[in-house]
Design a protein around this ligand. Structure first.
Ligand code: NAP
Length: 487
């Protein structure tokens, strides 16, 4: 099991010692003190002697992405004091002249020879070369790199695999949102330890998680998440987090911002890092099916995938959105049988709506900005026909917005004229952030009853969670997490 090192950023020795003792009490295996982030370099470090656990002293220069601006001689003198105060390890950046002075002037201290890149991840061969050179100097090689793509994640895994042949220890860390996966899966990467913050909000690097979360995930965690572009707005992590706690399963739901041209590589990431599965969102729901090994009947029926289950070495596509749409109608007591429905938009979510409405016996009309896409969609379903703007005045019992218009981060406005809304209609906006959209406001003004995307979101999440863990979380748990949560 990978050890957890709490990285401490405090303004004084007293505060850092207090934090270190708290970290120890909460189960940290070792601590790192970021002296470079203190406003002044402390002269008396003796208080650290009462912290009886392995300690790393770090004094990273501004040029290396830290906060220290002094000379090498000051750094050397400081590290000598840290060793006298009981610090066992020093974090020294690769290429620092201090590495050469270590034998004589640093009492042959344990050294973490680290390389940081806050912009990108170097090629695997370059990282491997650095690691081999560092370990040849009897130092523990550490690489901390910003992860920008699935390729970077695969590169990290490749370094770990190749370096493991040396049977020497190393520490590999990814920074940024995608980098969190390398921290959660530190065991898979063979990292000697990984970093955590003492509390959420006290992180010393992007993508770092807090100690309590990391402890919970220490042993064979269930790792899932959401793949999309963008995913920043997603509230799925808060819902699934609540479900993991309720079911007492050590799991985490991460955000994976993955662009279209990076999607194929992400499939390999899922296998390489041992993901249990992942949700798929805008704009990948229709294309991802081609990259999977198999499709479950729910995904075949909808022609779109929003949940993937990793079964051994196979990626299997499912659709839990259809269930979400169905539950939205059921909970509102609306039976679509024999009713006319206007579906606005023809993307992945629209497919889920069509699958449900058509199977439930509604007469479906699809209106989309790109009509050819609506026609294509209608070819897959019974009782479904694409229409142009001239047919929007027909009069519909049900109207569903499945475009992102009105969603946070997307343009406001309506994809249909306000005249489509009538009293007695059921109008559903699949958008859930914000809870009230221009579409719903216009529908309510006309006297329609409305529902936003929340019911669908919660029910598809329950079904996804069940798919990955075999356990169904309660609606109340996921729904209240959604209401109280922020992305
Ligand atoms: P998608 O596959 O990318 O499809 C988006 C659809 O919206 C396409 O038909 C697109 O038209 C249309 N569209 C995009 N921008 C438009 C604009 N400015 N004006 C008019 N039409 C526009 O996305 P999706 O996965 O179907 O998701 C669609 C929406 O549903 C998103 O807001 C998503 O958050 C929401 N959703 C909610 C839930 C839930 O659980 N509540 C589940 C799934 C999706 P073109 O074909 O012309 O590009």
């Amino acid at each position: 099991m990978t050890k957890i090192c709490v990285s401490i950023k405090e303004p004084s020795v007293e505060a850092a010692v207090h934090a270190a003792l708290e970290a120890k009490a909460k189960g940290a295996d070792l601590i790192e003190v970021r002296f470079d982030l203190m406003p002044e370099l402390p002269s008396d470090l003796s208080a650290f002697k009462k912290v009886e656990m392995p300690k790393i002293a770090t004094l990273r220069t501004k040029g290396q992405g830290g906060g220290f601006e002094g000379k090498d001689t000051v750094m050397l003198e400081f590290y000598q004091r840290a060793l006298r105060a009981g610090f066992e390890m020093l974090d020294i950046e690769m290429g620092s002249p201090l590495m050469e002075r270590r034998d004589k002037e640093l009492r042959k201290a344990g050294v973490i020879c680290s390389k940081h890149d806050f912009e990108r991840t170097p090629p695997a061969a370059a990282i491997l070369d650095l690691f081999i050179r560092a370990s040849a100097k009897d130092a523990l090689p550490k690489g901390a790199f910003t992860i920008n793509s699935s390729k970077d994640l695969l590169g990290m895994a490749e370094v770990a695999r190749m370096f493991s042949v040396t049977e020497k220890e190393s520490v590999l860390i990814g920074m940024g949102e995608l980098g969190t996966l390398t921290r959660v899966c530190a065991d898979r990467l063979g990292s000697a330890f990984t970093y955590a913050s003492l509390e959420a909000g006290m992180e010393t690097a992007q993508g770092q998680l807090d100690l309590t979360t990391m402890r919970r995930l220490a042993k064979e965690p269930v790792v899932v998440g959401i793949v999309g572009d963008p995913v920043a707005h997603s509230l799925s992590p808060v819902m699934h987090h609540a479900a993991f706690l309720e079911s007492d399963i050590p799991g985490i739901y991460l955000k994976f911002p993955v662009a279209k041209d990076d999607l194929e590589d992400f499939m390999e990431v899922a296998l390489e890092y041992g993901l249990r599965g992942f949700n798929v969102t805008i704009p990948h729901k229709e294309v991802v099916g081609r990259l999977l090994d198999r499709l479950a009947p729910s995904a075949v029926q909808a022609g779109a995938v929003n949940a993937v289950l990793v079964e051994g070495e196979e990626l299997v596509g499912h659709n839990t959105d259809v269930h979400g749409v169905e539950m939205t109608f059921k909970e509102r007591g609306i039976d679509p049988r024999g009713k006319s429905a206007l579906l606005v938009g023809a993307g992945g979510a629209a497919r889920a709506c069509c699958a449900y409405l058509s199977a439930a016996g509604a007469r479906v009309r699809v209106y989309n900005r790109t009509q050819a896409r609506a026609e294509e969609l209608c070819r897959s379903f019974r009782n479904c026909q694409a229409i142009g703007p001239e047919s929007l005045s027909e009069g519909f019992d049900i109207i569903i917005n499945s475009t992102p218009l009105g969603m946070k981060g997307f343009p406001d406005g309506l994809a249909v004229p306000e005249s489509v809304f009538r009293p007695g209609q059921f109008a559903v906006d699949l958008v859930y952030t914000p809870p009230r959209t221009p579409f719903l406001e216009a529908a309510e003004r006309a006297g329609a009853s409305t529902a936003n995307g929340e019911l669908m979101l919660v029910h598809q999440a329950i079904k996804s969670f069940e798919l990955w863990t075999g356990r169904a979380p309660s609606f109340a748990t996921m729904s209240s997490a959604l209401k109280g949560g922020s992305p």
